[in-house]
Design a protein around this ligand. Structure first.
Ligand code: B12
Ligand code: SF4
Length: 477
């Protein structure tokens, strides 16, 4: 049996000359877990990440024709693209079975039109068997699995609650061999690693940020430090030079995150580590342990430089905590990157001014801005829906006057203004240079040089959206 697992590009299904790479930092970890599950159930698996792999229409048709099962991982922004892809797959190979899963299904708990089976939840334990049964055609046996939607010939069957893993320590490893790690490792379009690996040490998040679709979807669970570091040791031994924690929130239990870092140090594992963090979770002790273990860069979800907007988002953190976290990272020579979201409905000129004042008053190394998209599954979406401002089928609603926010063009203007204000400061580059020199981290020096050139090239038009991380409303953790 053969399976083809696809991560559609959120820019659309383009093949051959029309294809465009989407610089991506990590391999698609979810699909690698599913790939592992399918391999254990007897499938030969191929992964096609349409963000990084160019493929011609003919090659795509061949790959589909050779498959018994197609698995598609779906993000809400790419839902229509995934549906279109499935329609195309059906015309190429009408008998092929299609299974869909991924963040969109998990945050909306709805089936994907066109798929034979829609899988809600975490797939590493059961998706392999679900795939095998689907291909074998004995659909009645699917009733034993949680989190499925499928059509049994007469009606849509829903098998109950999402599939949530119990003890994460028992989870199998993702099938990392299914992708070429060298295709990844690009941050803001600039290569920072030739062999990057991603992993999760925990799942779920107890916080309730209103723009986030992960809140409350899965309860928080974590792996023990020993179990986590066993996987990190394997990753380092396989020659990866950068490790990224792709999880909701690494520091929910601070003692555990510190213990993970101390264990890395105790075992003498050498690997650069990057992760996203909540600013309210850090302490001197924690960041010192991070630094000692090789943490290279922290991505803080600061979101806004004003308390009023942070409170609007139910962020549960303060502007001062953001300042403190950045200063701590600076003292320890850890590179810090911050995300800001623009376009909260109550946000006006003075809030943007405050953002700029904040970001230029702290030693942040890089910043990225996103314009808010209100996504189905977030409490903000539910609130605006209750107020009648969003229709049920508007799964990704751009912020704007309808929701009480400024027009999109104004927000884009503010975003460009903020980029200029942050990056066009000679003092910023001077500080960054000294920091790079201080920590003897020449990767960052090269990164910075390329980044500055990119900025210079783009600044004449201030058209940064192509290369800078306009990651609309993706939270920090
Ligand atoms: C790392 C990351 C990125 C990285 C890398 C993405 C990649 N290549 O994987 C980057 C920075 C590039 C990125 C970009 C974007 N991201 Co992102 N990202 C994440 C993050 C932090 C981790 C993803 C991950 O590896 N998770 C761990 C794995 C194990 O979980 P998983 O992918 O959900 O997979 C499990 C299940 O979903 C299921 N499953 C998954 N696929 C399939 C397929 C089948 C067939 C089956 C049966 C099951 C199944 O089983 C898996 C194992 O348990 C998540 C948040 C999170 N905690 O997941 C956000 C998240 C996935 N991103 C999000 C968004 C919105 C985006 C962007 C659209 C932002 C933007 N506007 O540009 C882009 C889209 C990029 C694209 N190429 O399409 C949202 C998605 C929301 C949604 N409902 O769609 C999330 C959930 C963040 C959030 N809190 O809102 N992202
Ligand atoms: S943004 Fe991060 S901290 Fe907030 S709810 Fe989402 S995952 Fe949790």
């Amino acid at each position: 049996m053969r399976a083809l697992l696809i991560l559609p590009s959120f820019r659309g299904n383009h093949f051959g000359a029309a294809w465009r790479k989407n610089p991506t930092i990590t391999p698609p970890l979810g699909l690698l877990y599913i790939g592992g599950a399918l391999e254990r159930s007897g499938f030969q698996v191929r992964v096609l990440d349409m963000n990084v792999q160019a493929i011609s229409q003919a090659e795509f048709k061949d790959a589909v024709r050779q498959s018994d099962l197609i698995g598609v991982s779906v993000l809400t922004v790419a839902r229509d693209i995934a549906e279109e892809l499935i329609r195309e797959v059906r015309t190429i190979h009408p008998r092929v079975k299609v299974m869909a899963g991924g963040p969109h299904l998990n945050s909306t708990m709805t089936p994907l039109p066109g798929a034979d089976v829609s899988f809600v939840g975490e797939g590493e334990e059961t998706a392999g068997e679900v795939g095998r049964i689907l291909v074998e055609g004995d659909l009645d046996r699917l009733r034993q699995f949680r989190g499925l939607f499928y059509f049994d010939g007469q009606e849509m069957v829903r098998t109950g609650l999402p599939m949530v893993l119990g003890d994460l320590n028992l989870s199998p490893r993702p099938a990392r061999h299914l992708v070429d790690a060298s295709r990844y490792g690009e941050l803001i379009g600039i290569r920072v690693s030739d062999r990057v690996a991603a992993m999760t040490t925990s799942r779920g998040c107890p916080y309730k940020c209103s723009f986030c679709v992960r809140r409350g979807v899965f309860r928080y669970r974590d792996r023990t430090p020993e179990n986590v570091v066993d996987e990190i040791a394997e990753i380092a031994a396989a020659g990866h030079d950068l490790l990224i924690f792709n999880e909701d929130n690494f520091t929910v239990v601070p003692e555990r995150s510190i213990a993970v870092m101390r264990e890395i140090k105790r075992r003498g594992i050498k690997i650069r580590i990057m992760m996203q963090l909540r600013v309210d979770s850090v302490s001197e002790e924690m960041l010192q342990a991070f630094k000692d273990a090789g943490v290279w860069s922290l991505i803080f979800g600061i979101e806004s430089g004003t308390q009023e907007i942070l409170d609007f988002y139910d962020k549960g953190a303060t502007v001062e905590q953001g300042r403190r976290a950045v200063l701590m990272a600076e003292r320890l020579g850890i590179f810090s990157y911050a995300f800001f979201i623009l376009g909260a409905p109550p946000e006006r000129e003075r809030h943007f001014d405050e953002n700029i004042r904040f970001m230029t008053s702290v030693p942040l190394d890089f910043v990225g801005f996103n314009i808010l998209d209100v996504q189905a599954g977030s409490s903000l979406w539910a609130k605006e829906r209750r107020r009648g401002l969003i229709r049920a089928d508007e799964l990704v609603t751009p912020t704007g006057p309808r929701l009480g926010a400024l027009p999109y063009e104004k927000l884009e203007e503010q975003m460009r203004r903020a980029y200029r204000a942050f990056y066009l400061r000679p003092s910023h580059y001077w500080r960054l240079l000294r920091k790079c020199w201080g920590v003897r981290d020449f990767t960052l020096l090269v990164f910075m040089a390329r980044f500055s050139l990119k900025l210079l090239r783009h600044f004449h038009a201030f058209a940064l959206a192509e290369d800078l991380p306009i990651v609309r409303s993706v939270p920090e953790t």
